[in-house]
Design a protein around this ligand. Structure first.
Ligand code: GDP
Ligand code: CA
Length: 313
């Protein structure tokens, strides 16, 4: 069976990752962005890893897409009473994950090992691989506040500041873990999930050796832009701040030197020709994943698309 590996951020990525995990069972793995990771109240928090983990374990919050289901907020309420920092919402059940992660990292385990351990406890069958075990921080350079760490931009300031650019602090020291490298080497198809290009996918691509390894494979990106908007988060806003009208075509253009194929939402069908003119084959389909059957259908559509286009070669 063909091995498929996805690159993913948090909420948008996790939806498609769940779809693939249902369709492929084995032969599927995911590398997750860790540029959002930060330390808060002394705890090591990996928001995108947690979102993917909770989604695959079936314990994510169905309304927000992030955090845990059946959550309570007693700790956060108590912090509020004592007048602490409450801009980052930490649920009681979610806190358990951060506490255990911090304990295991302090014991000397790598983030890859900790994620493997948590995944086993949560009975997840898909290998979830952090993009690196080294600490990398996405830093957003904003017009209003200058350079701020990603979580402040995203959560504290609700991505309202104007992004001038961003970079991934410490990326030059980031290495692929042994496991991530092995899964990457073995995979034949790489799926760029419909995650934020600059804040979720590009940090992974910036880790040493990732691009050279995936360039040998069939790489398919899925658009996070529907029409001219993002379903969530700042992807469309960032395009606008760069003076570019957001579209599927523009997402394909960002990845054009790496990808072979692109999955475009049916609302962007007019862009298909321009995408193919860049030498990128494209699939037009409904990419909105608002329930389990949509996620599974999209994953199947993508597998069919890759299988058929590989046969045509
Ligand atoms: P984050 O780390 O939680 O911000 O999530 P990601 O970076 O993985 O995904 C954010 C992107 O997912 C946004 O640009 C959304 O437009 C996109 N997104 C969310 N849900 C869907 C969906 O159902 N379909 C598609 N095509 N994109 C989605
Ligand atoms: Ca994220």
């Amino acid at each position: 069976m063909t091995k498929v590996l996805a690159l993913a951020g948090g909420v948008g990525g996790a939806k498609l990752v769940w779809g693939f995990s249902q369709v492929l069972r084995k032969d599927f793995s995911v590398i997750v962005n860790t540029g959002d990771d930060f330390v808060h109240y002394g705890l090591n928090i990996s928001p995108d890893l947690d979102t993917v983990m909770y989604t695959l374990a079936g314990v994510s919050n169905p309304v927000t897409g992030w955090g845990r289901n059946n959550e309570t907020w007693n700790c956060l309420d108590a912090i509020k009473e004592i007048d602490g920092e409450t801009w980052f919402a930490l649920g009681d059940r979610d806190l358990a994950t951060h506490m255990i992660r911090t304990k295991l990292l302090n014991k000397g385990l790598t983030l890859t090992e900790v994620t493997e351990w948590l995944s086993r406890k949560l009975k997840i069958h898909t290998p979830i691989l952090p993009m690196t075990d080294q600490l990398v921080t996405t830093v957003v350079n904003t017009e209003e506040f200058g350079e701020i760490p990603f979580q402040e931009y995203f959560v504290k300031y609700h991505f309202e500041p104007r992004m001038i650019n961003c970079y991934y602090k410490n990326i030059e020291k980031a290495k692929l873990s042994v496991n991530a490298r092995q899964y990457l080497e073995e995979a034949e198809i790489i799926i760029f999930c419909p995650s934020n290009p600059w804040l979720s996918i590009m940090p992974i691509l910036a880790v040493k050796d990732v691009v050279s390894l995936i360039k040998k494979k069939t790489c398919i990106a899925v658009s996070p832009i529907i029409g001219h908007d993002a379903l969530k988060g700042p992807a469309a806003k960032i395009f606008n701040e760069m003076g570019i009208v957001p579209s599927g075509y523009e997402v394909a253009r960002l990845y054009k030197n790496i990808i072979n194929g692109f999955v475009l939402d049916k609302r962007n069908v007019d862009e298909k020709e321009d995408i193919e003119a860049m030498g990128i084959i494209s699939l037009v389909t409904d990419t909105i994943m608002n329930d389990g059957s949509n996620k599974i259908r999209l994953a199947k559509d993508i597998i069919d698309f890759v299988t058929k286009s590989n046969k045509g070669k």
